[in-house]
Design a protein around this ligand. Structure first.
Ligand code: HEM
Ligand SMILES: [Cu+2]
Length: 838
């Protein structure tokens, strides 16, 4: 097969639908990455307009531009949009777009999941945008502290918009994180062992893992606060055994890692761009990887520094203060690696490099004011002043927006396939840089003079007027600069001349592609032998086009990709991707109706939405797999691998495992909340503990054991007929019954949880009852989920999708049963054991 024929065939196999349908049915990571980025920058623009409104109001004392109510909504929505609708999705967009291209893959692990995540984000974001247009936007500040956001102080639906909207959007972050983890670990070019991965992949992997462990506390917090607001479960009400500080802990358990979730991808771009611009490999790759991992770990131990002013015990304060200064170390390792790389090479001052220099100047100041704030006596003075707001913008703008702009300029030739021609960018950079520092240096200053954050106006005799005016003028300069950046990028994207391949002479795989990239990324998959394949083999693009690589011969009109072993990246299995479909968008719409029904309190509709989601999910997975065993497939170079459905650890198994990390973190946060209330909240112990019974734990353990062992059967040999035809030997257990036996075990467990819910003390009278209610509901939810999967599985067996060889689904269902069993047992213990201690 010649290169042209291969190109035509692959293009046809991988193409998205033509015309307007494309946008709704595409599952291509190239399309979705661009859609993510476009939406993220749209929200950046909206958030920017809100920032201008804030600065217009604060420009002079007693400005009458906005009243306090609107001002509250405006700054809340500004913070919320920038954090949840711009920064995180911008990372997702970058990663979704770039990673397969960098890793030498044809797409991400779960193309439809990418689409579902995108639509959840798009719908959730629109929901919040619309709330703002009709004047019902959240107004409690971006961290939504109760009791200010409780039902008494905030009776409208504004706060609910935030709690439900952000949770809805968060689904997309979790989807993307699962997706990225599996893609990075399993969907790389053969030979690309972990230490040969492009550095950006490391950053993305750690960021994704942090999303999986960072977001669940916030999701939990939002659920609890919504339960309190809607149904009166008093988690945050001190009078009834709750504690408003619990929210602060849950929020900052998320909030501090969030800062690193935003910073790390940006740092990944810097680590990618600096070596290329300096024409030398990144210095100390291993150290940089180690420092990313260290940063991730440390960042989970810092959340309390946002709460220094809440009266935390002294020991705690000292500990968290020390830990907060410690994060400077891994950050410094990276900064030194960057400086060293530039020192070693010959840096060239192209546009991306300009923004990176801007980043250095800004981020270092932000880091230093951060260390100042980590010192507790200083924090007590500066807390909740404009100094803090200025600090956070130095880190967020300096640490995220500057690098992302560098990244946009760096990758624009790849995405658009055009050469930079118009030169507005340099002037734009000057305005952005001057405008930014004008705005926020002034805010440091006025903050130290005592101006609090989130105030809509101030008296003239405070003497803040001139400084605020400087800040506001600066912000308008900044806005003009940013608008010019957009203009520059747009002009260069649409009207500039065609560029040639690899304009920066970079070494990583994404630059081996045609410009703009084809629908299938790689005509054949390279075998990677170094960290910079393009430097080692400059003619790699032609070789791949000629078919010197894996999967060079398109088969049966199917979208094919390889999975590899995690560390050494040897080919493991062949994956067939699903084609274009509107299913993800429909499912996101139904998910949205679920959230809307909660928002407008039309609770009778909620079950229908749940059933809708289940039905669509069922359809979603039903289409996977095949009804016949297939022989191992030839993938080129004389190697053969089995189909992924005929392995124990398919991508679905890995996806489930990563999802469970998030799920378990949510459960862990719930346990944390329970322990926190019990030990810290006033008004404990509750008026009455739940009475202990012996039969619940006994039957519970027996049922869990039954489910567990019934799920431990030899895969495939689940149906007597298949067993006979395949000649598999019987096991000691009555294997024929195993899915059914597991069903019996899980159903018994479900009954126990229903009973616990039934007899738990009233959830509205004391936080104890409320916590029991949530823990039982959590246990019940997972048991029901496992039951649903078992039922699905039994249908799959009936329809011949499972055999001794096609066993991937057996492993996935088993994983979820095991998880349900574990959660079931732990929940039972949590619910029943306290009585024994007291
Ligand atoms: C485009 C330039 C920007 C300007 C001029 C700007 C301006 C401001 C101002 C003046 C405030 C303080 C409001 C008050 O306390 O009364 C604020 C708050 C905030 N900004 Fe920005 N900002 C910008 C970009 C960003 C970016 C890129 C992010 C994050 C990625 C961000 C995140 C936040 C957050 C989290 C708050 C706190 C909101 C709250 O107190 O609830 N901002 N911004
Ligand atoms: Cu922090």
């Amino acid at each position: 097969m010649n290169a042209l024929k291969r190109h035509r065939l692959l293009t046809q196999i991988w193409a998205s639908d033509p015309g307007w349908k494309r946008c709704f049915t595409t599952v291509s990571h190239t399309d979705l990455g661009r859609m993510f980025l476009a939406a993220a920058f749209f929200f950046f623009a909206v958030g920017g307009v809100l920032a201008m409104l804030i600065r217009a109001q604060l420009a002079s004392p007693h400005a009458a531009f906005m009243g306090p109510d609107i001002y509250n909504q405006v700054f809340t929505m500004h913070g919320t949009m920038m954090m949840f609708l711009f920064a995180i999705p911008a990372f997702e967009g970058l990663a979704v777009y770039l990673l397969p291209k960098m890793l030498g893959a044809r797409d991400l692990a779960f193309p439809r999941l990418t689409a579902y995540g995108f639509w959840c984000y798009a719908f959730g974001g629109s929901m919040m945008l619309i709330s703002m247009l009709v004047g019902l936007a959240p107004d409690g500040g971006w961290f939504m502290y109760p009791p200010l956001t409780g039902a008494a102080a905030s009776p409208g639906i504004n706060t609910d918009v935030w709690l439900l909207g952000v949770t809805f959007v968060e689904i997309s972050a979790i989807c993307a994180a699962v997706e990225l983890c599996v893609s990075i670990l399993k969907f790389r070019a053969p030979g690309m062992s972990l230490d040969k991965m492009p550095i950006f992949a490391w950053y993305a992997l750690v960021t994704a893992l942090m999303i999986l462990t960072g977001f669940p506390p916030l999701i939990l917090g939002s659920i609890l606060l919504e339960l309190e607001r809607a149904f009166g479960l008093p988690f945050f009400d001190t009078a009834l055994g709750g504690d408003s500080l619990l929210w602060q802990h849950l929020f900052w358990l998320f909030g501090h890692p969030e800062v690193y979730i935003i910073f790390l991808p940006a740092a990944g771009l810097i680590s990618t761009i600096i070596p290329v611009m300096s024409r030398t490999p990144l210095l100390a790759y291993g150290w940089v990887v180690a420092s990313i991992v260290a940063l991730a770990f440390l960042s989970f131990g810092l959340w309390v520094h946002h709460m220094f002013a809440t009266g935390i015990p002294h020991m705690g304060v000292a500990f968290f203060s020390a830990a907060s200064t410690l994060v400077a170390v891994p950050t410094a390792v990276q900064v030194f690696a960057w400086i060293g790389t530039m020192w070693q090479g010959r840096p060239q001052l192209h546009m991306p490099m300009l923004y990176i220099l801007g980043f250095f100047a800004t981020f270092v100041i932000g880091g230093l004011t951060g260390v100042m704030l980590a010192i507790v006596p200083f924090d007590w003075q500066a807390h909740d002043t404009a100094f803090v707001t200025a600090h956070l913008h130095y880190v967020l703008f300096g640490g995220f927006v500057f690098p992302v702009l560098a990244g946009l300029y760096y990758y624009a030739p790849l995405v658009t396939g055009r050469r930079r021609f118009f030169r507005i960018g340099e002037y734009a950079f000057a305005l952005v840089f001057i405008g930014f520092h004008g705005t926020f240096l002034a805010m440091h200053w006025v903050g130290l003079l005592g101006q609090r954050r989130r105030i809509y106006t101030y008296d003239a005799d405070m003497g803040w007027g001139v400084i605020n005016l400087i800040s506001s003028v600066g912000s308008f300069v900044l806005a003009i600069g940013l608008a010019m950046v957009l203009l520059d990028l747009a002009l260069n994207a649409y009207v500039a001349i065609r560029g040639k391949r690899n304009p920066w002479r970079a070494g990583t795989l994404e630059w081996s592609m045609m410009l703009p990239p084809s629908t299938y990324n790689f005509p054949s998959l390279p075998r990677v032998t170094s960290r910079e394949p393009l430097i080692e083999t400059p003619d790699l693009p032609t070789r791949l086009a000629r078919g010197v690589g894996y999967l060079a011969v398109p088969r049966d009109n199917r979208r094919e990709m390889l999975t590899v072993s995690t560390t050494r990246a040897e080919p493991e299995s062949l994956v067939i991707y699903p084609g274009n479909t509107a299913l993800p968008m429909c499912m996101a719409a139904v998910t949205g109706s679920f959230f809307l029904s909660l928002l407008f309190k039309v609770y009778w509709f909620t079950p229908f939405a749940v059933i809708g989601v289940i039905a669509l999910a069922w359809r979603w997975v039903w289409g996977l797999g095949s009804r016949t065993d297939e022989a191992d497939q030839n993938i080129g170079f004389g190697e053969t691998v089995p189909h992924a459905t005929q392995t124990n650890r398919s991508q679905g198994w890995w996806g489930s495992a990563f999802l469970m990390i998030a799920d378990a973190t949510l459960f862990g946060s719930l346990i944390f909340g329970y322990a926190f209330l019990w030990t810290i909240a006033p008004n404990w112990p509750p008026p009455q503990w739940l009475a202990f019974t012996l039969w619940e734990p006994l039957i519970g353990v027996a049922a869990a054991g039954l489910a567990f062992f019934a799920a431990r059967q030899s895969p495939g040999c689940i149906r007597q007929e298949t067993c006979k035809t395949e000649g598999t030997t019987r096991r000691w257990f009555p294997w024929r019954l195993s899915p059914q036996l597991a069903l019996v075990g899980l159903s018994t467990l479900a009954v126990i949880f229903v009973n616990l819910l039934w007899r738990a003390p009233s959830p509205t009278e004391h936080a104890y009852g409320a916590v029991l209610c949530v823990i039982s509901a959590y246990g019940l939810f997972h048991v029901l989920l496992a039951i649903l999967m078992l039922v699905f599985f039994i249908f799959r067996i009936r329809h011949g999708f499972i055999s001794t060889r096609r066993r991937a689904e057996v492993e996935i269902v088993r994983l979820w049963i095991d998880y349900a069993v574990l959660i079931g047992l732990v929940s039972l213990m949590l619910i029943l054991s306290p009585v024994l201690f007291t």
